[in-house]
Design a protein around this ligand. Structure first.
Ligand code: EPZ
Length: 422
C-alpha cells in the first residue's frame, strides 16, 4: 500500500518540467518488436506501466536497458509470442502487443484482458480489425490465440475512434502486404507520435489528421531513435493542482497545443492562463467559477483522463457544475470519495453534479485507479488539514514523481510505501 499524506490549504508556487508521455511511449515500445534492430526512446518516463512493458519485452526475448530517461530496446532476438498473463492482467494496454507480435511473429498468445474499475474495456474493434487483415483468432477461457501467416492490408472503418484499436491496426499494417486504410481512426496526439516512430523505422504512413490514415506495407523496418513528447495528461493534472490549491504554477516543456480544451475550461473558471511553446502558466488567487455543463469527448474534446482531476477542482468552485462522462462507463470512483472531505457531490449514471462549497476538511480517502487517485491528491491539496490517500500503486503507474513535483511547488505532501514487491 502507498500512503500519500497531504497537509492541504497551501497555495502552490513555482515551476516544473513534465515527464514523457505514458500513452505515447507504450505503443512505441511495442513497435520496437517490428524490427531486428534497436529502438532508442529518449524522455521515457520511469513509471510502473513502462517497467511492466519492459518485463513483457524481455520475456519475449528483447534486451532492454535504461540510461537515465532513455530506454534502449534491442529486438534482434524475439523468440516467443506469448505475453505473460501476470503482466497482461496488470496492464490491459498490453493488448497493443497483438499487432506488433503479428507483424513480427505472425502469431500472438495473450490472456484475455478483462475490464477494469473504469469500465468494461472491450477489444472487439481490435479483434475485428485484425481479422479483416487476415488474422485467425481463437478465444479460450483464459487465453486468445491469434495467427496471421499472411497479414494483408484492408480498409477498416472503426465504429468508435478507439485509440488502442487504431494503434493495433497501425502496428499490424506497417509490414502487411498491400495498403491498409483506417477510417474514423483516433485523433489523440499519441497516434501521430506512434506514426512518427514507425516512419523513422521506415514505415510508409500517410496520416491526414482527420481520422483517415493510409499505410502501405513495406518489407522490413530498421533501427530508430527519437525523443518522446511530453505527457498531456500529467501536464493537465499539474495545471489542475494549481487550480485546486491556488497559487501560480509554470509547467515547462509542455506538449504544444495538446491541452487546449483544458485551458479553455480554466479560463472560463476565471483563472489566468498563458501558453507558449516553452511553457504553460496558470494562476488562481481567489474565488473561481464552476463549469455549467461539460462532456468528456475524444480528442480534441475535453479528455476523459482529466475528468476526475477537474472534479477535484470543482469541489470549491462557486455554483453548480455538471460533468458527463461519455467515454467510459464507470469513471466516477474518485467522486464517490469526495463527500468524505465535506464536498457536495451527486452521481446519476454518466453525470456527476458538484455544488461548490467554500471549505473542505481533511479525510482518509481510498484510491481505486490511476487518474482518480491523482484527483484525490488534488482534493487533499484543496482541503484544510490532513488528508490521507491510500493507493495500491495505481498513481505510480502513470506519474513518475507526483509527490516530489508537488513538494517542489510548496505542497505539504509525503509518501510511505509498504508495498512489498517494489
Ligand atoms: C487509451 O485507452 C488510453 N490508454 C486511456 O488512458 C484513455 O482514457 C483512452 O485511450 C481514451 O482516450 C492508453 O493509451 C494506454 P479507447 P484505450 O480504445 O485505447 C470503447 C490513462 O489513464 N472501445 O480509445 O483503451 C471503449 O470501451 C488511460 O492513461 C470499444 O468499444 O481507449 C471506450 O468506451 C485510461 N471496443 C472507448 O471505445 C474496442 O475494441 C474509447 O476506448 C475498443 C474500445
Amino acid at each position: 500500500m502507498v500512503r500519500y499524506e497531504i497537509e492541504g490549504g497551501r497555495p502552490l508556487n513555482g515551476e516544473l518540467t513534465v515527464q514523457g508521455s505514458k500513452n505515447a511511449v507504450l505503443p512505441m515500445m511495442a513497435a520496437a518488436l517490428l524490427c531486428r534492430g534497436s529502438v532508442v526512446l529518449h524522455n521515457c518516463p520511469r513509471i510502473d506501466d513502462v517497467f511492466c512493458m519492459i518485463r513483457i519485452l524481455e520475456h519475449l526475448g528483447c534486451t532492454v536497458n535504461w540510461e537515465g530517461h532513455t530506454v534502449i530496446i534491442d529486438a534482434y532476438e524475439v523468440r516467443s509470442e506469448t505475453v505473460p498473463a501476470k503482466e497482461a492482467k496488470r496492464m490491459r494496454s498490453s493488448v497493443i502487443l497483438l499487432g506488433a507480435l503479428l507483424g513480427r511473429r505472425k502469431k500472438a498468445v495473450l490472456s484475455r484482458p478483462g475490464g477494469c474499475v473504469i469500465g468494461e474495456r472491450p477489444i472487439d474493434l481490435h479483434l475485428s480489425s485484425l481479422q479483416k487483415m487476415g488474422a485467425d483468432i481463437r478465444q479460450e477461457e483464459e487465453y486468445m490465440y491469434v495467427k496471421a501467416p499472411v497479414l494483408t492490408g484492408a480498409r477498416i472503418e472503426l465504429a468508435k475512434s478507439s485509440v488502442g484499436a487504431t494503434e493495433n491496426i497501425l502496428l499490424a499494417a506497417v509490414l502487411a502486404k498491400g495498403v491498409t486504410e483506417i477510417v474514423n481512426a483516433a485523433r489523440e496526439p499519441e497516434i501521430p507520435e506512434l506514426c512518427r516512430l514507425l516512419r523513422a523505422m521506415g514505415a510508409d504512413i500517410e496520416n491526414r489528421g482527420n481520422g483517415y490514415i493510409r499505410v502501405r506495407g513495406v518489407k522490413e523496418l530498421h533501427d530508430a531513435e527519437l525523443t518522446v513528447m511530453s505527457d498531456r495528461i500529467v501536464t493537465g493534472t499539474y495545471l489542475l493542482a494549481a487550480a485546486a490549491a491556488g497559487g501560480e504554477v509554470t509547467v515547462l516543456n509542455p506538449p504544444w497545443g495538446q491541452v487546449q480544451a483544458l485551458l479553455t475550461v480554466l479560463s472560463g473558471m476565471g483563472l489566468t492562463v498563458r501558453e507558449t511553446e516553452e511553457y504553460i502558466y496558470v494562476k488562481r488567487m481567489d474565488e473561481y467559477l464552476g463549469v455549467d455543463f461539460l462532456e468528456t469527448r475524444p480528442y480534441p474534446g475535453f479528455p476523459t483522463d482529466l475528468q476526475s482531476p477537474l472534479l477535484a477542482v470543482l469541489l470549491r468552485a462557486k455554483g453548480k457544475s455538471r460533468i458527463r462522462e461519455t467515454i467510459f462507463e464507470s469513471r466516477f470512483r474518485a467522486a464517490e470519495e469526495f463527500p468524505k472531505l465535506g464536498a457536495r457531490v451527486s452521481i446519476d449514471g454518466p453525470v456527476c453534479t458538484v455544488e461548490g462549497v467554500p471549505k473542505l476538511h481533511g479525510a482518509r480517502l481510498i484510491s481505486h485507479e490511476l487518474r482518480g487517485g491523482a484527483a484525490l491528491i488534488l482534493a487533499g491539496l484543496a482541503a484544510d488539514g490532513r488528508t490521507m490517500v491510500e493507493d495500491k500503486g495505481f498513481i505510480r503507474r502513470g506519474y513518475e514523481r507526483m509527490e516530489a513535483d508537488l513538494r517542489k511547488l510548496g505542497a505539504g505532501i509525503s509518501v510511505t510505501d509498504s508495498t512489498d514487491d517494489r
